[in-house]
Design a protein around this ligand. Sequence first.
Ligand SMILES: [Zn+2]
Length: 54
Amino acid sequence: MAALDPELMKIVENRVLNKKVCRKCGALNPPSATRCRRCRSDNLRPKKKVVMKK
Ligand SMILES: [Zn+2]
């Protein structure tokens, strides 16, 4: 049975959310990045947590 394990969901969530998004080109960068790997801009923002809706 492949039920959705809440613990697993947390890990997946963290992996998805733990990224930085470039404000200029929208590329995803690693959380440790200070500059965009695509356009070299330092205008990065952390990806916001999405509120779960039922
Ligand atoms: Zn960029």
